[in-house]
Design a protein around this ligand. Structure first.
Ligand code: ADP
Length: 484
């Protein structure tokens, strides 16, 4: 089933300095549900990325010196346009990314919520006055936009991962150049259409779409006009890009991979834990960096929990995201499917037991069955890597200390979840978990009011919340003397 995409939102190439790039060199955008070509997009390279940085650099002074109220007003207009185009944006998103339409709509609202949030925060970029050490001095602290921001974003949330960077950057007064993932460029280009309609001045928001990620990434991390670089993607690529940024000591935000534990204690509400796990595991077919990756269940409740879980997972419908009622769409690519298949096969060879699923799904070439594996152990690759697919890997534990040790036994530190009704345990375990975000009796932790981000090899910096402007502003201190 081919979707009818909005002509207004569908674009053929990058948006640079307010102009749409065109060329004879195209790349195809594919619908992962059926492998059909959706559209072709002009392939931007180093020259276009450099032009975009130049445009952002030219626009910076004008944009950063606008009154905060004006920037706020424009961001709010952009927010309203996202909301009023939710259906068309969601269709585009599902078509190129695969997630069920209802989830795509939620993503658009989620992406929009950052615009709404940072439209407000733009007006609250407050500074400080500090008592000076002598009577003739005054100390004033101001926050100023860092300058041109370059960003690289992934395919799993093509709208929201970009919007939470762009909204904060523009609110602070920065100008912005983003390279979205080549698998999902259409959602990003649609945002440029609406940016223009909202009145965002030329050069303030630029989208560069192309297939040579390495070359584009090199430009975005090494051009001296870029003051700050923000990345969401894998830890492996993040390390390379952070190293490139170090040459110029650019400011950097890294939202990298995770390996979230999901702990079910013996005092948990098991029905709530099952529902929370469905959300934390199967959203986007398991392709999120905060997905529950290792499910640790207390021995005493293991059988009851597993039984309830199997019953719940059996209800999930797999199919094209465009078909009403689908809970799980395809995986993003053939490689992604191969990786999930290999992780499951290896785990089974090493002693894991398939409780449900464990195979490719007949809905199409890139679909995988919702799967539950039991008797998983910490040394298996499926426990050590991000699965990025619809597979629940169950392990058991016998006491709280063991659960915490297992949970922290990873180089990642993005999200963790646990279920318990003991208030003492809630605070003890929250403190002991080495993760940037902890969901307690809750599987859905992301929202614009909260600081999203990780520790350890999951990165640094926070997106959203009242802290979200910090990464896009520099602190400048003014020392006024001779006042006595
Ligand atoms: P994933 O595909 O697991 O989300 P990646 O880190 O591979 O994570 O991709 C995230 C983003 O990084 C995408 O926009 C991709 O094009 C980009 N990317 C991948 N490799 C590189 C690289 N070597 N240099 C710059 N960007 C890259």
């Amino acid at each position: 089933m081919q979707p009818t995409l909005s002509n207004y939102l569908l674009r053929n190439g990058s948006y640079i300095g307010g102009n749409w790039h065109n060329s004879d060199n195209f790349f195809a955008v594919i619908n992962p549900a059926d492998g059909q070509q959706l559209h072709q997009v002009a392939n931007a390279g180093v020259e276009q990325a450099t032009d975009a940085i130049a445009a952002a650099s030219d626009a910076f002074t004008r944009w950063s010196t606008q009154p905060a109220a004006k920037r706020s007003e424009i961001l709010y207009a952009w927010y309203q346009l996202l909301i009023s185009h939710t259906k068309d944006l969601a269709l585009l998103l599902t078509a190129e990314q695969g997630k069920p339409l209802a989830e795509a709509e939620t993503e658009i609202q989620y992406g929009a919520s950052y615009l709404q949030w940072f439209a407000e925060q733009a007006k609250r970029m407050d500074g400080d006055t500090i008592p000076a050490p002598s009577a003739d001095k005054r100390i004033i602290v101001q926050r100023q936009a860092v300058g041109v921001v370059a960003a690289i974003t992934p395919w799993n949330f093509p709208n929201a991962m970009m919007m939470r960077k762009a909204a904060a950057a523009l609110a602070a007064g920065c100008t912005f150049v983003v390279k979205p993932a080549q698998l999902t460029p259409l959602s990003a280009l649609a945002m440029a259409v609406l940016a223009e309609e909202a009145g965002i001045p030329k050069g303030v928001f630029n989208v560069v779409v192309g297939t040579d990620a390495k070359a584009l990434g090199t430009v975005l991390t090494s051009d001296p006009r870029v003051a700050k670089f923000s990345f969401t993607g894998s830890t492996a690529v993040g390390k390379v890009l952070a190293a490139q940024c170090a040459q110029d000591v650019k400011r950097v935000t890294m939202e990298l991979g995770g390996n979230a534990p999901f702990i079910v204690f013996d005092d948990a509400d098991l029905d709530a834990a099952v529902q929370g796990l469905l959300v934390a595991k199967f959203r986007n077919a398991g392709q999120t960096c905060v997905c529950a990756n290792r499910v640790l269940v207390h021995q005493a409740v293991y059988s009851r929990f597993t039984e309830k879980l199997i019953t719940a997972v059996q209800q999930l419908q797999v199919g094209s995201g465009l078909v009403a009622g689908s809970d799980l769409g395809p995986l993003i690519s053939k490689e992604a499917l191969d990786k999930v298949e290999t992780l499951v096969q290896e785990a089974v060879e090493q002693g894991a037991k398939v409780e449900l699923g464990g195979q490719r799904h007949s809905a199409g070439a890139q679909f995988y069955q919702p799967t539950i594996l039991s008797q998983v152990t910490a040394d298996m690759q499926i426990s050590q890597q991000e699965i990025f697919g619809p597979v629940i890997a169950l392990q058991t534990f016998t006491d709280e200390a063991q659960a915490i040790a297992l949970a922290n036994d990873t180089k990642y530190g993005l999200a963790a979840y646990f279920y318990s009704r003991d208030v003492g345990r809630v605070f003890r375990v929250s403190q002991a978990l080495q993760f940037g975000m902890v969901g307690i009796n809750d599987g859905a932790i992301s929202n614009a009011a909260a600081p999203f981000g990780g520790i350890k090899q999951s990165g640094y910096g926070r997106e959203g919340s009242k802290y979200g402007l910090d990464d896009y502003t520099d602190i400048k201190y003014l020392c006024l003397g001779g006042l006595a």
